[in-house]
Design a protein around this ligand. Structure first.
Ligand SMILES: [Cu+2]
Length: 112
């Protein structure tokens, strides 16, 4: 995903299943050198990321339950910092929910 003031893209992820290992590769697309972004997921055991402009870093996350998990920017980046967030839905291991992701309600789910 990408991070630029003031959103992540995508910011809504479906189709993760319990037992999956999830790798978030987050790229900071800022043009200004002094605007790092952070990235954290509720329930992750490791600390959040700090991503400098132009860089990509990776957070590994293994959800421990079914449910909705917020992800968010953890570094104050602008007046809209608190809007820089999104959600991941974790479904049961037996679920058939396909992996899909959206930004602002525009589905980018691949065709079957
Ligand atoms: Cu931020």
């Amino acid at each position: 995903m990408t991070a630029v003031r003031s959103h992540f893209s995508p910011d809504n992820i479906e189709g993760v299943r319990l037992g999956d290992e999830v790798y978030f590769h987050v790229t900071n697309l800022e043009q200004d050198w002094d605007v790092p972004h952070g990235f954290g997921v509720k329930g992750a055991n490791n600390a959040e990321l700090l991503i400098m402009p132009g860089e990509t870093t990776t957070l590994k996350w293994q959800p421990d339950r079914v449910g909705i998990f917020p992800m968010y920017c953890t570094d104050f980046c602008s007046a809209l910092h608190q809007e820089m967030q999104g959600y991941i839905r974790v479904s049961p291991a037996s679920s058939k929910v396909p992996l899909s992701f959206t930004l602002g309600g525009n589905s980018t789910q691949p065709t079957k």
